[in-house]
Design a protein around this ligand. Structure first.
Ligand code: EPU
Length: 337
């Protein structure tokens, strides 16, 4: 376990922002994690997972702990189902591919989401009609103050759209060390209705898809719309899709009959933020190295040397323009630090 000082975080956040950590420690096992936590005040800590859902706007004057705990295993199985456990530092997509190699179904729609396993429950990652919560059983976490280990079951986590208890009451109080999922071994529940999955399968001439076909389709769709963070820095969707009252939606629909929406309840609907931003004309906009992706307006990008402040400035511009045109306030999905 090496303590690095004034360490650049450029390769540790998918936006590729070049800020420094006062101290940086990569942790590979729970014992080392406990040791560091014992020696460091909670207020002095900054916990880093895959760095895929954050915008760093300045140097971090704290001890950055990078959770690099690895491991994935089958905990139990019967003829129908398998319970698998992945350690927090496993790359999410590699873990999904590992489950598919064993013909375990459930995570295929969540292929190619950037980030690590340990941070996936915090914002209940989701894509193409599936959310992490749909296959989640429990997660194991360490209390930063007391160092006690605790298991959180599905209910404890209070999952919601891109949200959980770890973003609210328990923010910065626990470090997730491993996550358990329940996956199918046969009679896989395929979800092909959402987005362009069916169209992608048809294009390939696949009429009776399996879980690997779905994964391949999701990968192809994501690659066509979303920039690869290894090539162009980004954090996926920068804003949440806003949930608005039906009255406001009806008013907008009379002006913009083509406005897309997803039902939420009898009172509210969800509107794709990407569509709203697109309509302001900002898709493909670029200011220096900060920009809005040309294929998906919900994704803010760093073409190289943009600072976190520059990306944030652009995000504020997007919020202003959407507010003025539609009267809707966009809420960032990404954590701004
Ligand atoms: N749209 C536009 N212009 C754009 C972008 C989108 O008109 O520039 C329209 C599309 O035509 C479509 C609708 O908006 O009618 C929705 O677009 P899309 O299917 O691309 O999905 P999204 O709502 O923008 C959400 C998630 C993504 C997830 C996709 C697929 C959020 C904030 N984003 O995006 O998640 O991959 O659905 O399930 O919920 C992420 O969280 O980082 C992320 C990428």
């Amino acid at each position: 376990m090496r303590i690095l000082r004034n360490f650049s975080l450029k390769n540790y956040n998918t936006f590729g922002i070049d800020v420094k950590a006062k101290r940086f420690i990569s942790i590979e096992n729970i014992e080392d994690l406990r040791n560091i936590l014992r020696k460091t005040y909670a207020a002095e800590l900054f916990i880093l997972g895959g760095g895929s859902n954050m915008l760093l706007t300045g140097d971090i004057q704290k001890t950055v702990i990078h959770i690099g705990i690895k491991g994935k295993e089958v905990i139990s199985e019967d003829d129908n189902e398998a319970i698998v456990r992945a350690a927090a530092g496993e790359n999410w997509h590699e873990f999904v591919l590992w489950t598919l190699q064993q013909n375990f179904g459930g995570l295929e729609n969540l292929s190619l989401i950037p980030g690590n396993v340990g941070t996936a429950p915090i914002q209940n990652i989701g894509a193409y009609g599936v959310e992490l919560k749909d296959n989640f059983i429990n997660c194991h976490a360490l209390n930063i103050q007391t160092l006690e280990e605790r298991e959180f079951n599905w209910q404890d986590c209070e999952f919601d759209y891109r949200n959980s208890i770890f973003k609210n009451q328990l923010r910065n109080q626990y470090i997730i060390t491993a996550v358990d999922f329940k996956l199918t071994k046969k009679n896989h529940q395929l979800k092909t209705e959402y987005g362009a999955i069916n169209a992608e399968l048809e294009k390939k001439g696949i009429s009776d898809p399996g879980i690997n076909d779905i994964s391949q389709a999701v990968i192809a769709i994501r690659q066509s719309k979303l920039p690869d963070p290894k090539k162009i820095g980004n954090s996926g969707s920068f804003f949440k899709n806003p949930i608005v009252p039906i009255e406001l939606f009806e008013k907008l629909k009379s002006e913009f009959p083509e406005i897309p929406s997803y039902p939420v309840s009898t009172k509210n609907v969800k509107i794709p933020a990407g569509w709203l931003i697109d309509k302001t004309g900002l898709k493909g906009y670029r200011d220096g190295d900060a920009g809005i992706h040309k294929n998906q307006a919900l994704v803010l990008v760093n073409y190289g040397k943009a600072s976190g402040e520059e990306i944030l400035h652009l995000a504020r511009k997007v919020q202003d323009m959407v507010q003025k045109k539609f009267g809707i306030e966009l809420e960032p999905e990404v954590n701004i630090i």
